[in-house]
Ligand binder design. Structure first.
Ligand code: B1M
Length: 209
């Protein structure tokens, strides 16, 4: 659809205000938030990601595209999260230490909120000691770790180890583009999620068990 293509194109060139205007127009035309997310915003992120990998886009361009993505997510957030269900539990989430990527983590938070969870978002570049302190303070039902770099995914292992050494037994869910089930198993994660929706399904299944 033309408007979704426009959203994707404007995101790729980092035109955040235009992305916001187009999203509002698309919503006004009756388009669903999840279609705008998947076929507009995420399509644009995939294009900029491919260019970054190939070396035809650089960090400043990726950064302004990411800002446009987050501005778009702010509008879609209440719509994706709309449900008004009873709180199912609390998710404490953050991107691990050394890692600044927060878009996937933000999306995971939105979908969990939509599924009725309370969210405590610690942001990105979160040290193990912060996960421990916040878990002790807030007693979440589940702890979520996100990582996008092969160099930071190992921090997930040290975060889980530090949590367990602090006698915290709260289940931990891990996710992020470079992760695999085998890696998640090797660091003692309770759940590996390949996507935000996969994460929601697996956490709900774990809590029902
Ligand atoms: Co970065 N970056 N980046 N970057 N960046 C990647 C990840 C990279 C794959 C690009 C590439 O080379 N192809 C590459 C990593 C290579 C590797 O480690 N193997 C890379 C690199 C190298 C870097 C730097 C090192 C570059 C440099 O400085 N030389 C640097 C590192 C900075 C740091 O963190 N210390 C860097 C910087 C940046 C920006 C700051 C410019 C920007 C981030 C801005 C921001 O997040 N606010 C950025 C971006 C945007 C990307 C790409 C282009 C897009 C990532 C993204 O947001 N995807 C990325 C290329 C790519 O992935 N194609 C890339 C969309 C998002 C919705 O997907 O995060 O995978 P994702 O989340 C998914 C799932 O993975 C899952 O659910 C989400 C939705 O379904 N999921 C979870 C994620 N977390 C989960 C947690 C869960 C459950 C599911 O439970 C808790």
């Amino acid at each position: 659809m033309e408007i979704l293509k426009n959203i994707s194109e404007k995101l790729v060139i980092g035109k955040a205000d235009e992305v916001v205007d187009l999203i509002n127009e698309a919503l006004g035309n009756g388009l669903k938030a999840d279609a705008i997310l998947n076929d507009g915003l995420l399509d644009g992120m995939a294009i900029i990601g491919k260019r970054f990998k190939e070396g035809s886009a650089y960090i400043p361009e990726v950064l302004i595209a990411a800002r446009a993505m987050n501005r778009g997510l702010e509008i879609l957030d209440p719509l994706l999260a709309e449900e008004g269900a009873e709180p199912r539990g609390t998710l404490l989430i953050g991107t691990v230490q050394g890692d600044l990527h927060d878009i996937g983590k933000n999306l995971v938070s939105i979908l969990f909120r939509g599924a009725g969870f309370n969210i405590i978002d610690l942001g990105s570049n979160v040290a193990p000691a912060v996960f421990i302190a916040k878990t002790k303070e807030c007693s979440p039902d589940i702890i979520g770790l996100s990582a996008l770099l092969t160099t930071t995914m190992i921090k997930m292992g040290s975060t889980i180890k530090a949590l367990r050494e602090s006698s915290i037994t709260t289940p931990v869910i891990v996710g992020g583009a470079p992760l695999t089930q085998d890696f998640a198993d090797s660091i003692g994660a309770d759940i590996f999620a390949s996507s935000a929706s996969d994460g929601v399904e697996k956490v709900i299944a774990l809590m029902v068990d």
